[in-house]
Structure formats: structure tokens, C-alpha cells
Design a protein around this ligand. Structure first.
Ligand code: DGT
Ligand code: CA
Ligand code: CA
Ligand code: ZN
Length: 586
């Protein structure tokens, strides 16, 4: 039973409770507990063994019992009871935009259907339109939403979200009347997947309608979902929803803060305001009146997010850290956190070439790295077992080394200060061993050990497989630890907290795979990583020249995970990197 298993169960309870129309606060408690458990630095089983579950913030007696029951029986009584009331299939309906839990319950009760496909049919046949309180317009909206969901999925990867958000943001920012403008929401916080895109602008109310008009007329907009005095929602080409909110300039700092979230972060901020005799909401910071109510006549003027934080005795919290995962303790004492930035990176590690499944030659990849100002490239093609990806035979390996030697020599003779490291992304075989005999492994400058097959091994087997791989003296970096593909495939069932401890013990780095499909190591393990001193490497896993630029997403995740540059291998110069590699046994 991993933390992720427990979190998933609790989240299921939360969703079913919403559908069953249970008390909203009781339901939210389960969602909060799920989030907390996902972010724990220790395994939940340890808490159970030590009987300290209720010491975890947000875990009360009753949820603690549910968790224990889950461990003992594989299920939770509260969940079983809910499943009697509402079928599990309805959970998916929550992703249909414009359809809330109440209407879902109504449709289910009246029509007895549980699958999205049945819902679509019921909308087409007129059965949904005939229900009281729904009507043809609602039915049409549901159909459209289902069609988008079928085509694009409920959430987007970070790269897909930026592809829409950046041009729309640039466009809005430069419209007449827009005084300030920012991307807010999960995208500003660099979450690994994005539901909808939130943009917020400050403007005089008299300019709002012309701004909205321009916004809804943008080339990327395919449908207007809603339009009011202060908010407009549109659907864009790639199926994403974009919300634009326009607020008065004096409301801007509080509104930006509110719509950046996270919800969990906001809740704590509001508590802090109350403790200080103030109220914080999306309109601003206000004094409380004698009845402890928000006194809108007594605003506490603030001109920036920083000032609001200051009034709450906090330093500015960068958006990436606004997740209620320790930022309040930290930023009450420190005015900033040292985190890695794009400009700190000196090299590119983990890239493929035409020797395996990459699109470009080693030389082309090296030149692209030079153009981007990097000092080195660590080539790491696939190993021999990865036949589907053109893995290298031992003979290929030796020939590749010769090619790299020649390239390095030619760079030197041309006076180019650039070096290619001989690496390998070696498959971790079923028993945890690497994919070549030691005499070959020895010849590499570095080995990234990754699992590419049998990702679904039973938990215990998977853990000992990883342990062997981490303890192999030739392993320098562990690649994409869970193997997840965001929005497509779950990762392996592993305890990352434990793996981080093993990696730290052996001086092995765990990469942040910067491909927007992976973003693995997950940022939620950042606190554990910081506490233990884990090293990482921000690796593009590039299969083409464009792939190199995915590093940008890796840096976002590394910042979110609180990695300072000293714990990021590819901030080292080529010389320092080589020293680090040689300093390790193997
Ligand atoms: P997403 O769109 O699912 O990727 O995630 P967000 O974080 O962008 O969420 P979204 O778009 O629903 O709302 C944007 C922000 O607005 C959210 O991060 C916090 C704030 N917000 C929205 N609803 C609530 C709420 O019910 N309570 C509080 N405290 N804040 C909210
Ligand atoms: Ca959003
Ligand atoms: Ca939104
Ligand atoms: Zn890989």
C-alpha cells in the first residue's frame, strides 16, 4: 500500500460524496487528506505501524480509521457505502464542463444511466432535455462538452497549455485599456497538467467590454462558453478552456493571488488574515468589523502580492510553491529560496541520437547544444535489450565511442570549448541488473538506469529491482523513476521516498525527466529530496533538436520541487561534471 494508493482511494470517496450530495465540507476533508498524503515524506505504512496517523495535519480520527481499514481489508467501509448509493461510473461525469454533481445525480436517478456514452445518447434522444431544470440548451452543452472530452481529454500537458496560453496572454496584455495582465491558475504554479487556463487583467471597468470582445474574437477561439461583466470563458482550438477575468486596478493584487491558487494555499492565507483581524478575498484585503465580518468599507490598501504577504507576516511566496506543502513555515522565516534557473544550466544530459531512436546525429545534437550556449552534451542512447528503440549492441557501443572521440577531437582542433560525454540509458532488467557486462559499462562516462519494460511488476519485486539498479556501482543517474506518461499511463507502483533514501546513500542522482509527457521525478517529492540532499539532473531526454528545449519544463518542475542549483548535476561545468563522475566508484 503506497501513499499514492491511499490518496487515490480517499479521492474516490471525495468524488462519490459529491455525487451522493453529502455534506460538502465532509467531502472536501477527504480531498485534503488525499493531497496531504501524496506529499508525505514518509510512507503512510510507517504512520500506521507507529499509530501516529492523526499527527498528520488534516487526518482526523475517522479518516485514520478509514486508512487503517484500507490497509487491513483493501477497501473502506465509507467507500463501500457510497458505492451502494452512486455507481463509480459517474465519477467520470464530473469532468464534463457545465455539468455539476447535482445534475449528474438527477440524471442518474431519473434515467438510470452510468456511462458517458449513454449520457450522450440520452442528450441526443431528448431524454435529458425533458428532465426538470435541464432543458434542450443544457443537453446541447453536455453533448458538446462530451465531444471535446472524447477528443482532447480533461486536462492538458504543460506544453499544450503553454502553446495556447502564451499567444493569448501576449495578445490580451497588449490590448488597449489593459493595465496589468498575468497568467494565473495552475499554469502559473507550474503544475504538471492543466485543467483550464486562467488569465487575469487589470482595467478600468469602462474598458472591459472592448477587451472581452477582442479576447473572444482571438484566432484560437472556437467557441464562447460564457460572458459576463468581469469574466469571459472561451474554448480554444486544442480543446482548452481559457478564462479571462478583468478586475479594477486596486483589486488586482488580491485577485491575482486568489486566482493563482492553489485553493489549499488560499485557505491558509485567509486563516492568517483572520488571525490578524483582516479578511482576504478575491477583491482585496479588508479589516474585520466588530462582528468579525468583512468590512468592505475598510480596505487595507496593497499594491502587490508581496505587500499582501507582508501584511500576513510572510515573505513573497513564488507561485510554484503555493501548494500548502511547507511554504508557510519556510517563507515566514526566509525572504526567498535559492532555486535553480534556466541560466544556471551548463550542460545537456540524457539525449538520444540516430544510433538508437533519436532523429538527429550526435554531431547535429552537439551543435544544437552549442548554439544554445551549453558546454557539453551527454549522449545516452538506448541499451541492447531495448530492441524496439534501436538499442545498441556492444559492438555498436564501441563504434559510437570512436565517433564521440573523433567529434571531441575535432571540436578541440577547431577551438570549440565543447565536449560530448559517452553515456548510456541502460535498461534496468527484470532482476535490477544493467544491460551490459561490466567491461562495457566501465567504458562509459555515465550510465542512466531506466525501466522500460515490465513496469507493472508487483510492488515488492519492483522495489528490489530498483534497489539493485541503484546499488550498481555504474549507475550514476536513475532515469524517469516511475515511467509514467502524463494523462496516458500511470507509473510503476513504487515508494519513491524509500528510493530517494537509497539514491542518496549511494550518491546516485534521480533525474527530473523534462519531457512534458513525463516530468518524473514528480515535484511532490521535492521536500523529501531537499531534506535528504538528493541530487537531480534536469534531463530533456531529447530525441530531436527541438526536444532539447523541453529543459524549460524540467526547470519549472525543479523549481517547484525546491532544487537549488548545487543539487542539480547539469549546473556543473564540464570539468566539474567529469570530476563528479570520477569521484564515484565504478
Ligand atoms: P486547474 O485549472 O484544474 O488546472 O487548476 P487551477 O488551480 O487553475 O484551478 P481553477 O482554474 O479551478 O481555479 C483557479 C484558482 O482560483 C485556483 O487555483 C484557486 C482559485 N479558486 C477557484 N475556486 C476556488 C474555491 O472554491 N476556493 C478557493 N479558496 N479558491 C478557489
Ligand atoms: Ca485553471
Ligand atoms: Ca479556471
Ligand atoms: Zn527512457
Amino acid at each position: 500500500m503506497t501513499n499514492q494508493d491511499v490518496a487515490e482511494k480517499l479521492r474516490e470517496v471525495y468524488q462519490l460524496m459529491q455525487l451522493a450530495g453529502e455534506n460538502r465540507f465532509r467531502a472536501i476533508a477527504f480531498d485534503r487528506a488525499a493531497q496531504t498524503i501524496e506529499g508525505l515524506n514518509e510512507e503512510i505504512t510507517k504512520y500506521i505501524a507507529e499509530d501516529t496517523l492523526t499527527d498528520i495535519k488534516g487526518i482526523g480520527k475517522s479518516i485514520a480509521e478509514d486508512i487503517k481499514a484500507f490497509q487491513e481489508t483493501g477497501t473502506m467501509p465509507v467507500l463501500d457505502a457510497l458505492k451502494e448509493k452512486v455507481p463509480k461510473g459517474l465519477i467520470e461525469w464530473l469532468n464534463i464542463s457545465g455539468l455539476g454533481p447535482k445534475n449528474i445525480a438527477k440524471i442518474y436517478k431519473e434515467l438510470g444511466i452510468t456511462e458517458i456514452i449513454e449520457l450522450k445518447e440520452a442528450c441526443l434522444s431528448g431524454a435529458v432535455a425533458d428532465l426538470p431544470g435541464l432543458g434542450q440548451k443544457s443537453a446541447d452543452k453536455i453533448i458538446k462538452s462530451i465531444e471535446y472530452l472524447e477528443k482532447f481529454g480533461e486536462r492538458a500537458r504543460l506544453d499544450q497549455a503553454f502553446e495556447i496560453a502564451e499567444p493569448v496572454f501576449e495578445f490580451v496584455k497588449n490590448l488597449n485599456g489593459v493595465q496589468k495582465c498575468d497568467i494565473a491558475g495552475s499554469l502559473r504554479r507550474y503544475r504538471e497538467t492543466i485543467g483550464d487556463i486562467d488569465i487575469i487583467a487589470a482595467a478600468d471597468p469602462k474598458d472591459a467590454s472592448s477587451i472581452f470582445e477582442a479576447f473572444t474574437g482571438h484566432d484560437l477561439v472556437v467557441e464562447i462558453l460564457g460572458q459576463g461583466d468581469t469574466k469571459s470563458s472561451v474554448r480554444t482550438e486544442n480543446g482548452r478552456q481559457v478564462d479571462l477575468r478583468i478586475v479594477k486596478p486596486e483589486e488586482y493584487p488580491a485577485a491575482l493571488m486568489y486566482f493563482t491558487g492553489s485553493k489549499e494555499h488560499n485557505i491558509v492565507l485567509r486563516q492568517k488574515a483572520r488571525e490578524r483581524g483582516m479578511a482576504l478575498n478575491e477583491y482585496g484585503l479588508f479589516k474585520l468589523n466588530d462582528n468579525k465580518e468583512t468590512d468592505f468599507d475598510q480596505p487595507v490598501p496593497t499594491s502587490s502580492e508581496s505587500e499582501i504577504y507582508q501584511k500576513l507576516d510572510l515573505h513573497f511566496v513564488p507561485p510554484a510553491h503555493r501548494e500548502d506543502r511547507g511554504e508557510f513555515e519556510y517563507y515566514s522565516e526566509h525572504d526567498s529560496m535559492d532555486v535553480v534557473s534556466v541560466s544556471d544550466l551548463k550542460g545537456v544530459i540524457h539525449a538520444h541520437s540516430t544510433w538508437s531512436d533519436g532523429k538527429q546525429s550526435i554531431q547535429a545534437m552537439a551543435e544544437a547544444c552549442m548554439e544554445r550556449g551549453y558546454e557539453y552534451l551527454g549522449i545516452s542512447d538506448h541499451s541492447r535489450t531495448a530492441a524496439y528503440a534501436g538499442g545498441l549492441s556492444t559492438d555498436d557501443v564501441k563504434r559510437q565511442w570512436d565517433e564521440i572521440d573523433e567529434l571531441n577531437e575535432s571540436f578541440q582542433s577547431e577551438g570549440k570549448d565543447f565536449v560530448i560525454f559517452k553515456g548510456m540509458e541502460s535498461d534496468i532488467l527484470g532482476d535490477g541488473s544493467l544491460d551490459y557486462p561490466d567491461e562495457i559499462l566501465e567504458g562509459f562516462d555515465f550510465v542512466i538506469a531506466s525501466v522500460h519494460s515490465a513496469l507493472e511488476m508487483p510492488h515488492d519485486k519492483m522495489m528490489s529491482r530498483f534497489k539493485n539498479a541503484i546499488e550498481n556501482p555504474f549507475t550514476k543517474i536513475l532515469g524517469h523513476p516511475t515511467g509514467r506518461l502524463l494523462l496516458k499511463r500511470d507509473g510503476s507502483n513504487i515508494e519513491l521516498n524509500q528510493m530517494i533514501e537509497w539514491a542518496v546513500e549511494r550518491g546516485v542522482a534521480i533525474e527530473i525527466n523534462a519531457s512534458p509527457w513525463r516530468l518524473d521525478l514528480d515535484w511532490r517529492f521535492g521536500n523529501k529530496a531537499k531534506e535528504t540532499g538528493l541530487l537531480t539532473s534536469i534531463n530533456p531526454d531529447a530525441h530531436s533538436i527541438e526536444g532539447i528545449d523541453d529543459i524549460r519544463y524540467g526547470v519549472m518542475i525543479a523549481q517547484k520541487a525546491k532544487f537549488e542549483s548545487a543539487r542539480v548535476l547539469n549546473t556543473k561545468s564540464a570539468t566539474e561534471f567529469r570530476k563528479w563522475l570520477n569521484g564515484k566508484s565504478g
